[in-house]
Design a protein around this ligand. Sequence first.
Ligand SMILES: Nc1ncnc2c1ncn2[C@@H]1O[C@H](COP(=O)(O)OP(=O)(O)O)[C@@H](O)[C@H]1O
Ligand SMILES: Nc1ccn([C@@H]2O[C@H](COP(=O)(O)OP(=O)(O)O)[C@@H](O)[C@H]2O)c(=O)n1
Ligand SMILES: [Mg+2]
Length: 210
Amino acid sequence: MGTVVDAANKEANGSVPTNKNVTVVFVLGGPGSGKGTQCANIVQHFGYTHLSAGDLLRAEIKSGSENGTMIQNMIKEGKIVPSEVTIKLLQRAMQESGNDKFLIDGFPRNEENRAAFESVTGIEPEFVLFFDCSAEEMENRLLNRNQGREDDNIETIRKRFKVYMESSLPVIEYYNSKGKVRKIDAAKPIEEVFEAVKAVFTPSIDKVAA
Ligand SMILES: Nc1ncnc2c1ncn2[C@@H]1O[C@H](COP(=O)(O)OP(=O)(O)O)[C@@H](O)[C@H]1O
Ligand SMILES: Nc1ccn([C@@H]2O[C@H](COP(=O)(O)OP(=O)(O)O)[C@@H](O)[C@H]2O)c(=O)n1
Ligand SMILES: [Mg+2]
């Protein structure tokens, strides 16, 4: 057995992972900007596999892994888990999916995430989908999310916003300087946001034909 990811990792010289055949889109934006909601829509229409870094970390806590307590504490404090842990979970999920097109949601969240993913996997994102939304709107959404998350309380939300401003926005800026960011106004209703998202994923040749 072997997925495209395996195959790409075992290229001729055996050491440099290039992952040439894997398409990755990073889905970024503040907490509550609608990343997970829109990823579910994209999966339905465009055949990607959705990998949420936060969901993978929460599953790791539930599985009772030895890192579980550390991850749980970091999430409760709104801190970013060391990339070594998160990247292993992402790589495993990519391999298990059997797909070659991935939406990586909520990752990379800081410079360490970004640089480590690039050097470990050799993968460069096709583009970065960036959901732009005011802090006020995001806070309202998080306080009404009702998924029983330990970090959706006002104290942790404030910490997450600070981390977002200080550590995650610079990553978005980095990709912006490379011309890779596709910015979406995420403050609109879900359906309208998805219209804008669809335009990003639809090849321009189809747009002309439509
Ligand atoms: N465009 C939108 N307008 C209003 N509420 C939204 C919108 N997008 C998502 N939501 C709601 O806001 C909350 C956070 O959305 P979610 O997709 O979990 O965001 P993220 O993954 O970026 O934290 C959820 O309860 C979701 O139903
Ligand atoms: N790359 C990542 C993604 C999430 N996380 C942790 O998981 C928490 C929740 O992430 P999430 O993506 O599920 O949160 P939302 O932006 O969806 O609200 C973050 O606040 C971090 O504590 C992380 O450490 N590293
Ligand atoms: Mg999410």
